[in-house]
Design a protein around this ligand. Structure first.
Ligand SMILES: [Zn+2]
Length: 347
């Protein structure tokens, strides 16, 4: 019968192997593939779960943040224990996914993607999944992917609305052909102001993963070339023809990678969906969390684990990571955040 043609190493994937578009050959390619997911919030948790279960052999998850109660409504890999333990999302995701599929390698990295870290974090992967929440990170991914000829899949949602399209360098328009600069119309309201419902996250992430499986299985001809736009509340589902590739596109046309070499992009980011600002250092810095805990002990209420130190001071929460990065919760004001960082963490 049909199943007798499925080799034992593919048995857990039998339903996917039986699917004509994938088959044994496609499954073998998926198992041999390496995928990096940038961001492990709403989109990232859905993508990671589907890709791990599909058998992607090496899965790296990069996220700079930790799990909070308001994430649980849509970030399907996390639970209340992760909130209590202030677990970094990348680590929590890695632990959950190893239980879902022990045959693959899952690596969670608690890091910020920026011009200084991009080569180290994205190098050596076959495909990049966008699960970020900001355009600065997406333009950086786009620069890296186009320069190194690696496909990546854009995805974004807010409210009940979402947008996704794949970027195949040299073949389809890149992100800067589609959106010239940050904050394109319609995507500018953030989850912070407009909220977001779980179903749109799953729809967009699942659409991204479907395109990913086509690429990984070697079925590039099946990849969607249009911009998929969906609104689950207003019942709109559209496939919009993408603009053609621009000859004078700074990225894929002129090969001027301004985000990669750090001419565009910032040290300070206001985080989506949170009353928070992230501060990072341009140079590579390490912070001794134990030493910092001793210093802040008399001033603040502290929670510390291997991955971060969280201090509540003056009504703000400072979460400091070993790479010198900090998330300051309780303000949108960059100046306030910078001054808190300078005062309590140092220069
Ligand atoms: Zn372009």
């Amino acid at each position: 019968m049909m199943t007798s043609s499925i080799p034992p190493e593919h048995s857990r994937y039998s339903r996917q192997v039986l699917f004509q578009g994938i088959g044994n050959e496609g499954q073998a390619r998926i198992i041999a593939s390496r995928v990096v997911i940038v961001g492990c919030g709403a989109l990232g948790t859905v993508q990671a779960s589907l890709l791990a279960r599909a058998g992607v052999g090496t899965l790296r998850i990069v996220d700079r943040d930790f799990v909070e109660e308001s994430n649980l409504q849509r970030q399907i890999l996390f639970d209340e224990e992760d909130v209590k333990a202030v677990m970094p999302k990348a680590i929590a995701a890695e632990r959950k996914l190893c239980c879902a599929n022990s045959l693959i390698k899952v690596e969670g990295l608690v890091e910020d993607l920026n011009a200084a870290s991009v080569d180290r974090l994205l190098g050596g992967f076959d495909l990049i999944m966008d699960a970020t929440d900001n355009f600065e990170a997406r333009f950086l991914i786009n620069d890296y992917a186009v320069k190194n000829n690696i496909p990546w899949i854009y995805g974004a949602c807010v409210g009940s609305y979402g947008l996704t399209f794949p970027v195949l360098p040299g073949e389809t328009p890149c992100l800067r052909c589609v959106f010239e600069d940050a904050s394109p119309p319609g995507v500018s309201p953030s989850c912070d102001t407009a909220g977001v419902i779980g179903p749109i996250v799953s729809v967009i992430a699942a659409t991204q993963v479907a395109e990913a499986l086509k690429i990984l299985a070697g079925r590039r001809e099946a990849v969607n070339r249009k911009i998929i736009s969906t609104d689950l509340w207003d019942n709109r589902h559209e496939a919009i023809g993408a603009p053609s590739r621009k000859r004078d596109c700074p990225c894929c046309g002129l090969k001027d990678f301004a985000y990669l070499d750090g001419r565009l992009g910032a040290d300070v980011t206001t985080l989506c969906g949170r009353n928070s600002v992230q501060i990072r250092r341009r140079e590579d810095a390490r912070i001794d969390l134990e030493e910092l805990a001793q210093r802040l002990g008399p001033l603040a209420h502290l929670i510390c684990n291997r991955f971060l130190l969280k201090a509540t001071i003056d009504g703000y929460q400072l979460t400091v990571f070993p790479d010198g990065r900090a998330i300051i919760n309780g303000t949108y004001d960059v100046a306030v955040a910078k001054s808190l960082y300078a005062r309590y963490v140092g220069n």
